[in-house]
Design a protein around this ligand. Structure first.
Ligand code: ACO
Length: 173
């Protein structure tokens, strides 16, 4: 499939939120941008399946979820890295902005669902995704950016400038 430029896409948030310095550090065949309404067809769920088991809801339901995220402006920032040679997604990640009554009506950025195509791992794409999401979080006024990860991913996040704090608690329905 030929590469689709940003101006031909229906993006979830303005592309200007992604910092130019992160964009510049990617190899020329790769492009970082917000998630687009047509990304179901570019392998979005296949990349997420690198992270966990994915149940494909079908394109219409995927699109409804995209619309639900976009209906909460300045809150959800899912980004993708696309291979220009194939127009396929090779890396994904999201930050969402939680607005608080604490901390002088402060905000916290939550990084979620980071995944890099197995064949592209070890090429700093994960790092670029985290750098872009952290910049979006900080430029949104978040006083901290946090995430949960497995022990085996701690060294990766330390390389991205994060440090271990507190514990995660979970209760599954
Ligand atoms: N252990 C030790 N070091 C690591 C690891 C690891 N598991 N992963 C990456 N690194 C190091 C790299 O060697 C590199 O170090 P360097 O700067 O000294 O060369 C640095 O971290 C940056 O690595 P990247 O090349 O950017 O890593 P990559 O593109 O492979 O992405 C990721 C890392 C996202 C963990 C990827 O391997 C992946 O998709 N894994 C499967 C899914 C997953 O676990 N996602 C994270 C879930 S947590 C969450 O979503 C909040």
């Amino acid at each position: 499939m030929p590469f689709t430029p940003d101006h031909d896409l229906d993006l979830l948030f303005p592309t200007e939120h992604i910092p130019a310095d992160v964009r510049k550090q990617l190899p020329p065949e790769l492009h970082i941008r917000p998630l687009a309404s047509s990304d179901y067809a570019r392998g979005h769920l296949a990349i997420l399946s690198v992270l966990t088991v994915v149940t494909d809801p079908g394109e219409a339901a995927w699109r409804a979820q995209f619309d639900a995220l976009r209906a909460a402006p300045r809150t959800y920032y899912p980004i993708v890295i696309v291979d220009r040679t194939s127009d396929r997604i090779v890396a994904v990640g999201t930050v969402f902005v939680e607005r608080k009554f604490l901390r002088g009506l402060g905000a916290v950025g939550h990084i979620e669902d980071i995944a890099v195509d197995k064949g592209q791992q070890g090429k700093k794409l994960g790092l670029r995704v985290i750098q872009a999401l952290t910049a979006i979080s900080e430029n949104s006024g978040c006083y901290k950016t946090i995430l949960n990860c497995s022990d085996s991913n701690i060294p990766f996040y330390e390389k991205c400038g994060f440090q271990k704090k507190e514990n995660e608690m979970a209760k599954y329905a």
